[in-house]
Design a protein around this ligand. Structure first.
Ligand code: HEM
Length: 425
């Protein structure tokens, strides 16, 4: 039987609007009251919220042709890069990059990831010696940016470029509140975009000059090589791919690692257990450290909503969805559903190392998305996070001077405020 998607009472939506609540509160209410596929109305048309594993799999993995990405605001920053591209252009771009982020392609980054982790660990050792206060979030961002920059260009991130690239998170943070009109939005962040374009142009020119960098050629060289035989790889598209990988490849990892330190602060035994799982460099320790990352991503999947638009009428696990409907897949709520996860509010990394402790359905755990548009950098992100933690965890523990009281649910879900700490050996 096919029925209409159950819709949240308009009075409740009105109350939520009047209370100035966070979007997540509205979503949680719809999910709790109405189940795995629920609708609410903020304008004339209903928006459909998808949280149940079967429905998640239907939208993202089984029928990606029926639920498509709509051109989003981030295009202002990432242009036609692979994250925003659609159709055949996306397929071509994805195919080129995919080989760089799997199997043998990934091996090229091992050394760069290790170097970036060593650099971060040396910085932490210096902070500890000087009893200095550091900001854990800023440190994680520095590491993630250095790692992706090395992988793109073959060079470690220099302080000048790092300063200029502060414009990237500035634009990302501004995106949700920019004017709807494209030109006005562009104008509002014109100075930041110009700075980012200048960094990209310099990196592209250096790679084109054949300057490979101490770590050998980077991803940028692969893109330039493609341009030799494929006219669609114009300088503009190469810039867009470069900025896409910078944006997609550092903010998400940085927030995840920041959450991880905050969660370990509240759950110190989890850190001890991970270190006790095996000796330094052993597969057992690596697996336990990776489980810390997975459990953090269950709690705080940085991409907490994955927006799609129904390209045609469809029946979604028994519910009618009309063409043109906005559909929001919400990993954040799926990951905290007590019907799927035992004691979801408990930080318990062992659910990722003990067989049978986590739900089996592919739609029940999706911090990297699922289906053809799933994260290209999944292996990269897990590798860089694990390697960094293998360097930091045995040496220092951050003692936070204060922690953010609020969570910001913007483009990513992140701690809303500074994270100052000193380090204890
Ligand atoms: C913990 C870190 C990360 C998380 C949680 C994450 C999450 C995601 C998610 C959920 C998507 C799918 C979005 C959707 O379906 O709408 C995605 C796409 C993507 N991610 Fe990641 N990501 C991470 C790190 C990275 C890294 C390190 C890179 C690059 C080195 C990267 C590159 C990309 C790209 C290029 C896409 C677009 C793929 C496409 O549309 O074909 N991500 N990511």
């Amino acid at each position: 039987m096919v029925t209409r998607v159950p819709e949240l009472d308009s009075g409740l939506v009105g109350q939520w609007q009047a209370g100035g609540g966070e979007l997540i509160d509205l979503f949680a209410q719809a999910h709790q009251q109405l189940g795995p596929v629920a609708a609410f109305r903020l304008g004339p048309r209903p928006t459909v919220l998808v949280t149940g594993p079967e429905a998640v799999q239907h939208v993202l993995a089984l029928h990606p042709d029926r639920y498509v990405k709509r051109s989003h605001r981030a295009r202002l920053l990432i242009g036609d890069g692979v994250l925003a591209a659609t159709g055949e252009a996306w397929q071509r771009q994805r195919r080129l990059l995919q080989s760089q982020f799997t199997g043998p392609g990934m091996r090229r980054y091992e050394q760069r990831i290790t170097e970036a982790a060593r650099t971060a660990a040396a910085r932490w050792a210096a902070y500890a010696r000087g009893r200095a206060v550091l900001d854990v979030g800023d440190e994680m961002r520095r590491f993630a940016l250095d790692t992706i920059w090395r992988s793109l260009t073959g060079h470690p991130l220099d302080p000048g470029t790092e300063r200029e690239l502060a414009s990237v998170p500035a634009v990302v943070a501004a995106l949700p509140s920019l004017p709807a009109d494209g030109a006005a939005a562009q104008g509002a962040v014109a100075a930041e975009l110009a700075r980012i374009d200048a960094v990209a142009a310099r990196a592209i020119a250096a790679a084109r000059d054949g300057e490979a960098g101490p770590d050998g050629p980077g991803l940028l060289h692969v893109l330039l090589e493609a341009a030799g035989t494929r006219p669609e790889y114009t300088d503009r598209l190469i810039r867009d791919e470069l900025v896409t990988l910078l944006v997609a490849g550092h903010e998400t990892t940085a927030t995840t690692l920041t959450w991880l330190h905050l969660l370990l602060d509240r759950n110190p035994q989890a850190r001890e257990q991970a270190l006790a799982a095996g000796a330094e460099g052993s597969p057992e320790r690596r697996q336990a450290v990776q489980a810390l990352v997975h459990e953090t991503l269950r709690f705080y999947p940085s991409a907490w909503i994955l927006p799609r638009c129904a390209a045609q009428d469809d029946v979604l696990t028994g519910y009618e969805v009309e063409a043109g409907t906005d559909v929001l897949v919400c990993p954040y709520l799926t990951h905290r559903d007590p019907g799927l996860w035992e004691e979801p509010e408990r930080f318990d990394p062992e659910r990722f190392t003990t067989p049978g402790r986590r739900p089996k359905h592919p739609g029940s755990y999706l911090p990297f998305g699922i289906g053809p548009r799933a994260c290209l950098g999944l292996q990269f992100a897990l590798r860089e996070s694990t390697v960094l933690l293998e360097h930091l965890l045995p040496a220092h523990t951050p003692r936070f001077r204060s922690t953010p009281a609020k969570t910001a649910y913007g483009l990513t879900v992140r701690p809303d405020g500074p994270t100052p700490a000193t380090l204890v050996a």
